[in-house]
Structures are given as C-alpha cells and as structure tokens.
Design a protein around this ligand. Structure first.
Ligand SMILES: NC(=O)c1ccc[n+]([C@@H]2O[C@H](COP(=O)([O-])OP(=O)(O)OC[C@H]3O[C@@H](n4cnc5c(N)ncnc54)[C@H](O)[C@@H]3O)[C@@H](O)[C@H]2O)c1
Length: 257
C-alpha cells in the first residue's frame, strides 16, 4: 500500500474502463486505488469517467468522478472544493489531461495553437496554482505534470503540442523551486509513444504511423499505459521523497538514441 491514506486528484482520467484500452489517467487511477489512495477522477468525458470510477469502487476501493474542464479556472475551483468536501484534503495532483495536434508550422492556425496551450500549459498552471494553498495547509503534497518527450525534443509535425508540452517542463521546475520549502514536490513525466485511446485514434487516421514510430524506439515497441502510470505512481509515493523539479523520461530509449 504505497499510497495508504492519501487523496489523489487525476485529470483526464475517464479512459479507464476494464477491458478497453486505457489512457494514462485511467491506468493511474486503478494503480493509485490498488495502492490505498482515495481517487478523484476528472475529465470532460462524463460517461466513461463515471463508469471507470464505478468499476474502481466495485473493486473495493474509494473513487469518485467529477466533470471538470482543466482550461477553466471556475471548473478547477469546483473540482478542488468538491474533492476537499468529500475527502478532507488533496495530497496528490496529476495534471494529465491533454489532446493531440499534428500540424506543421505552415499549417498551424492560431486556434489550434491556443487550444494546445490551453489544455496543456494553462490547464497545468491553473491546477497547480489552485492546489498549492491546499497542500501547504495540509503540510505538503506531490504534483505530477504529464508532459511528453515532445516537451524535450522537436519533430517534423505537432508544432503547438511541442510548445505546450515544453512549457509544462520548465514551469514544473520553476514551481518546484518556489514550493520545496512547503513540503510540496513537483515533477514532470515525459512519456514516449504509448498505446492509449489518443494514439489509437491517430493510428486509425494514419495507419503507417505505427511502424514509423516503432522504428525510432530502441526497445522496438510502444509503451503501455501501465508503464507510464508506474512512473506517475513512483513520483506520487514517498519512494521519491527527495525528488523535486525532476523530469522522468519513459520512452523505451527513444530520446537516448
Ligand atoms: N499516448 C502517448 O503516446 C502520449 C505520449 C506523451 C504524452 N502523452 C500525454 O499524456 C496525457 C494522457 O494522454 P493519453 O494518451 O492517455 O490520452 P487519453 O485521450 O486517453 O487521455 C486524455 C484525456 O484528457 C481528457 N481531456 C481533454 N481535454 C480536456 C479538458 N479540457 N479538461 C479535462 N480533460 C480533458 C480527454 O477527454 C481524455 O480522457 C496527455 O496529456 C498526452 O498529451 C501521451
């Protein structure tokens, strides 16, 4: 029980239905619940989010779903208030919600740029800013921001996604420095290519992309949502008690090559 007695809020956690491909947030919700945490799953997708939370409760753990748009400040306020009204505190925040965008610079619109910066950079900023006073009051906490290897390196497409995910990377270090003395640890996760509902969708649109992606990975396969969730769990748990402002790359060796 690595998270016994802890309360966690995980954004973008709807895709965690048993028997279906899970997203990182859904897989992390199951893993956190198995490790003894009370888990609040949030997302803009109510149906799958309610089902995932119900299935976690059926397994004997404590979980709830909240409809929550990470780009909206009032929505953050409601999610945090409801979580604290239900469970009394928040020890762990996982800023995981996200969307994909594959435009090259010359096809990138202002709307697509704003959408990517909104869900990734602004969403992570709003959540971190709203949760810090609560964690400070309860004596500390752990925040895990889900960036990407695309927040570290560039590529031939996904221009706005790169910009938004790299904003998360150094934002994380900045707030980690500011709040280390409050007992709050803040780290970023940088997954490589992994199989989730998001990537399944883009592979349907571009079937050749799977072999192209695998060819860039020394381990010669994509990652699983569980392999990414394991890293999130490590940073949430006391096993990482001396780690803050760090970036954990989980990419099968891709960025090492
Ligand atoms: N799958 C990969 O290969 C990969 C690699 C690196 C990083 N990531 C990042 O990991 C995170 C999780 O992605 P995933 O692959 O598990 O995909 P996913 O689609 O399963 O999860 C993303 C979730 O975020 C939710 N969401 C989108 N906009 C939202 C908003 N405004 N407010 C609240 N929720 C919102 C979606 O409804 C979805 O449930 C994302 O931030 C993604 O960019 C994914």
């Amino acid at each position: 029980m690595r998270l016994e007695g802890k309360v966690a809020l995980i954004t973008g956690a709807a895709m965690g239905i048993n028997g279906q491909t899970m997203g990182f947030g859904g897989a992390a919700s199951w893993m956190f619940a198995r490790e003894g945490a009370k888990v609040v799953l949030t997302d803009i997708l109510t149906g799958p989010g309610e089902t995932t939370a119900f299935q976690i409760r059926e397994s004997g753990a404590d979980a709830a779903f909240l409809h929550h748009d990470v780009t909206n400040e009032d929505s953050w306020d409601k999610a945090v208030r409801k979580t604290i009204a239900t469970y009394g505190k928040i020890d762990i925040l996982v800023n995981n919600a996200g969307t994909a965008s594959v435009s090259k610079l010359d096809e990138l619109t202002v709307e697509a740029w704003d959408e990517q910066m909104g869900v990734h950079a602004k969403g992570t900023f709003l959540g971190t800013k709203r949760i810090i006073p609560e964690m400070r009051m309860s004596g500390g906490g752990s925040i895990i921001n889900v960036s990407s290897i695309y927040g570290i390196v560039g590529s031939y497409t996904s221009t706005a996604y790169h910009a938004a995910k790299s904003a998360i990377r150094v934002f994380t270090k900045s707030v980690a420095v500011q709040h280390a003395a409050d007992g709050i640890r803040i780290n970023s996760i940088h997954p490589g290519f992994a199989i989730t509902p998001m990537t399944e969708q883009s592979m349907k649109a571009r079937p050749d992309s799977l072999s192209t992606q695998i060819a860039t990975v020394p381990m010669n396969r994509l990652g699983t949502a569980e392999e990414i969730a394991s890293g999130i769990l490590f940073l949430a748990s006391e096993e990482s008690s001396y780690i803050t402002g760090a970036e954990l790359v989980i990419d099968g060796g891709m960025t090492a090559a």
